[in-house]
Design a protein around this ligand. Structure first.
Ligand code: FES
Length: 183
């Protein structure tokens, strides 16, 4: 039943894929985290749909609530489809003091996201309609000496400023245009 649901889910890991992942990771310390991480990586939109979470619980013989709690607790698990590129702004105290809100607002306006309500910029995860970018926030990268810190596609950039950040976004957008021009 679950596998039928998953086949209709856009290109997510199949029940067979998940079975292989569980067989490979089970029995090791932190197996559930490793399974969820691999399941997420197997989804082209880099997230864990409810059907995948349910199938992992079934395959591992764990209560669904436990698996769901783990998936939603850790910030590196995504419960919604993610863009091809991820821009993560640190909203911790050190980064906030050094202007991370300004960086976040620069992204929000340059990527023309739906405006964020006042007070809602502390923790967000928004994806553009074309699925190119996901903008997220984290509480702290543990790199406070480099504040303000922004992660662009898993690469940490310290001492970020508005110009450098928007330049990174432009480079990604230009590269995509060139890619499109070749096809
Ligand atoms: S507060 Fe931003 S890295 Fe720690």
């Amino acid at each position: 039943m679950v596998s039928q649901v998953m086949q209709s889910e856009a290109r997510g890991p199949s029940a067979e894929d998940l079975g292989r992942i569980v067989a490979e990771k089970s029995g090791r310390p932190g197996a559930l985290l490793a399974v969820l991480e691999a399941a997420q990586a197997a989804h082209p939109a880099n997230f864990l749909p409810p059907e995948v979470v349910a199938k992992v619980a079934e395959l591992m013989g764990l209560p669904l609530s436990q698996v769901r709690n783990v998936a939603t607790f850790y910030s590196f698990f995504n419960m919604d489809p993610q863009g091809r590129h991820t821009l993560t702004i640190c909203r911790g105290t050190a980064c906030h003091t050094r202007g991370s809100r300004n960086l976040l607002e620069a992204l929000m306006s340059s990527l023309t996201f739906t405006p964020v309500e006042p007070g809602q910029t502390e923790k967000i995860s928004l994806t553009t309609q074309d699925n190119e970018f996901t903008v997220r926030t984290v509480a702290c990268f543990g790199q406070c000496a480099l504040a303000p810190v922004v992660e662009v596609d898993r690469v940490i950039h310290g001492h970020m400023n508005r110009q450098k950040l928007l330049s990174s976004v432009s480079k990604i957008t230009e590269a995509k245009k060139k890619e499109g021009g070749r096809t």
